[in-house]
Write a protein that binds this ligand. Sequence first.
Ligand SMILES: O=C(O)c1ccc[n+]([C@@H]2O[C@H](COP(=O)([O-])O)[C@@H](O)[C@H]2O)c1
Ligand SMILES: Cc1cc2nc[nH]c2cc1C
Length: 567
Amino acid sequence: MRALVLGGIRSGKSAHAEELLSGAPAVRYIATGDPDGDQAWRDRIDEHRRRRGDRYRTVESRNLAGLLRAAPADATLIDDLGTWLTARLDATGAWDDPTVDLSAEIDDLCAAIADVTGDLVIVSPEVGLAVVPATASGRRFADDLGRLNAAVAAVCDTATLVVAGRTLDLQATAAPDAPAAVAAAVQLEPVQLEPVQPAAPRPAPSMPTADLPTVDLDAVDAEVFPAVELPDHRIVDEARARQLQLTKPPLALGRLEELGNWMSACQGVCPPRPLTAPAVVVFAGDHAVATDGVSAYPPEVTAQMVANIASGGAAINVLSRRAGVAVHVLDMAVAADTDPRVSRYKVRSGSGDLRRGESLTIAEARRAVAAGRTMADQLVDSGADLLIAGDMGIGNTTPASVLIGTLTDREPVVVVGRGTGIDDATWIRKTAAIRDGMRYARRYRNEPLALLAAVAGADIAAMAGFLAQAAVRRTPALVDGVITAAAALVAHRMAPGAASWWQAGHLSTEPAHRFALDDLGLAPILDLSMRLGEGTGAVAAVPLIASSIDILTDMATFGEAGVSGGE
Ligand SMILES: O=C(O)c1ccc[n+]([C@@H]2O[C@H](COP(=O)([O-])O)[C@@H](O)[C@H]2O)c1
Ligand SMILES: Cc1cc2nc[nH]c2cc1C
């Protein structure tokens, strides 16, 4: 349910909104009002608080789109859009400047509302029925609020007007002559009403990839990456200086401060913009070695999980819905037919035998890297502001361990891990396979494409192209578990400096993961004993990255809050 509740002052709109959420066990209450308002204003807030009781968790923030995207499944009450709009008009200087246009912010808010999956009730004042305000700023507020309410109503399932404690359900379209009739009744010039947009269709949970055009991979260079420019260090200094002004002891928010500074540097602006369109791409593929007992699961699970991810039922879908991340899945070399919408860049049916150095031909490796580059380019071009690499492939911890063992100079017994949960006999077979693969891999340790062809397979090769291109496109990216980290090691050699655009979402239980992250100079954000892959560990870290941005944008400074600083 997405419901807009409109009404005048003391109309009963907040009480009605709370009633709509009376069945929810817990409600996030986003208060947009000025937390530093006068006593009368605080009394009014306290009265609302008393009425709501313990089920409610209050968040005082105006970052509505960011909060909705951070927890789209939470039952949420926003109260109200009028104070949000006032804050935006204040922040942009729009009261005195008629050229300031808030439509991009309103569109962004509506897009976030359209994407929520939990119950959402939004309260907003209705001032359009009153006389036209005498002042320019009063007219500005009434006009912008009218547009905002119409745009939000278009992405809600219901819109209700509350007057004198009574409710009136509003229909999606007005009768054709309604504007003229209303205008005549209040003796105003008829205004041209903007057509009410029909509710934006929810994106199908399945395959946003289908909306991207298919590119000719032979026209994409897979070997020469332009020099990677580093994130802007001057902005890091600016962000550090701002962190020191915020109401907390220096560095008291630890890693969250570093993440916010890094996002500032990647975006080249402090404070950084909120994340609006993070995207994870799950690169899927099978590996010949998996047919010889190196995993706890049979190879057919790869294709079955690709279908599960495409229809929204996997862990990566669940975590991504909560974090507001779009999920793409690409079959790079699954050993079965998959939906054509996910197999457009499929290089072959199952990668070859890494134990013989025959995972791919050089031409196939080129196509796979080109596919990853292309995905990164297309997502960045369509507005993605954080790219996340994910993987799915039974047996793929074996090629990942071969790559990490080779590139960090470790023995097979040190890099081998339990993968999906293998027993001791399988562990012995897997260690032998890693040893055999490393024999071939060593020859190509300084030739990234040949190395990918010999032992990686098409899924890992595509991940390497994806992560390298994210850096080329100056777009921050997240590495997930041991498989994406192996790809990152190769990507960093294809595009030196690329790691400065990456963060490690988490630390997997696979031993080789730490070796790869250490080599790349990446410290994991989370350490939750996860070993699932799919991009899950990285997506689990996205809300923290969003919080690190909020801290730089929303926290009061010592000066603003009147808090005394330390020595
Ligand atoms: O991300 C990790 O670190 C990770 C660790 C262990 C297993 N996995 C996932 O499990 C599969 C590979 O495990 P295995 O035992 O079949 O090699 C593959 O689909 C990975 O996504 C992933
Ligand atoms: C069920 C299953 C789901 C997975 N997701 C990533 N790797 C996986 C391996 C298995 C076996």
